[in-house]
Design a protein around this ligand. Structure first.
Ligand SMILES: O=C(O)CCC(=O)C(=O)O
Length: 248
């Protein structure tokens, strides 16, 4: 799709699905790596470094390493041109997390992920996108293990809860991804399966924007020096804001 048309369509809906932008083999590697490293979060207890975002549902910071440290994951060649078109050239990767619902997790409340810039003033629905989330399911997302339900267009029309609107409930097979504007109302649906349902959420932001509400107990973007040194110069700007004084 031409980038201009994709930008126009995204601006209207605030949410877009991309089919088969990751190979199933790569997602299987991501899932195996995730399961090995983050299995401890698959227990229904409070975790000091993860955010409880609903019933049996945690937001876990994911280190950019191994199969995660791959431009296909953090700057996908199909999706990144649209992200750049929507956010401008100074885009940064604000966070890389997994949202994992455990078996028995109930529906979340519908919500937006952070307060609007101007506290719900009319101007909030007129400003262009400044924070986008890319949903990358590590397992098929469906009505059994839970999908993310969206209220398309609400970034442009709704300042309060979208009580009278009907959400869409996409089935998202492994390899597909969803991009949504942080102002679009949404919620995770119940997990009635017997397995955890992990999805990666990559957040892309204009360089001046920071999510100041969701990362009180955890780092938004975890990347070790050695991993950062492996990031190609073409993508370093995405991570530059994480650099501390003295870090190469
Ligand atoms: O779990 C999901 O599908 C959605 C999660 C979500 O919307 C959130 O944690 O903000």
């Amino acid at each position: 799709m031409l980038i201009g048309l994709a930008t126009e369509r995204f601006n209207a809906a605030g949410v877009m699905i991309f089919e088969q932008v990751f190979t199933p083999d790569h997602v299987a590697k991501l899932n195996a790596d995730y399961s090995a490293r983050y299995d401890a979060y698959h227990r229904d207890i409070a975790h000091a470094d993860a955010l409880l975002v609903g019933d049996r549902r945690n937001m876990i910071s994911i280190a950019v390493s191994g199969p995660v440290n791959d431009p296909v994951v953090y700057a996908n060649p199909v999706i990144q041109p649209l992200i750049n078109s929507l956010l401008g050239g100074d885009v940064i990767l604000g966070s890389v997390v997994a949202v994992t619902s455990l078996p028995g997790a109930e529906d979340q409340e519908f919500h937006i992920d952070m307060p609007l810039l101007f506290g719900g003033e009319d101007v909030d629905v007129r400003v262009p996108s400044y924070c986008l989330t890319l949903v990358l399911p590590l397992v098929d997302m469906n009505a059994e293990n839970g999908t993310t339900a969206f209220y398309p267009g609400t970034h442009k029309s709704v300042l309060d809860e979208p009580a009278d609107l009907d959400p869409v409930f996409p089935d998202v097979p492994v390899g597909d991804a969803i991009l949504f504007d942080a102002r679009v109302w949404h919620y995770g649906t119940a997990n009635v399966s017997s397995a955890p349902r992990p999805v990666f959420y990559n957040s892309y932001q204009r360089s001046w924007f920071r999510d100041v509400v969701n990362f009180g107990v955890q780092n938004p973007l975890v990347i070790a020096d050695q991993e950062l040194s492996q990031v190609d110069a073409a993508y370093r700007h995405l991570f530059d804001w994480t650099r501390k004084p003295g870090r190469a």
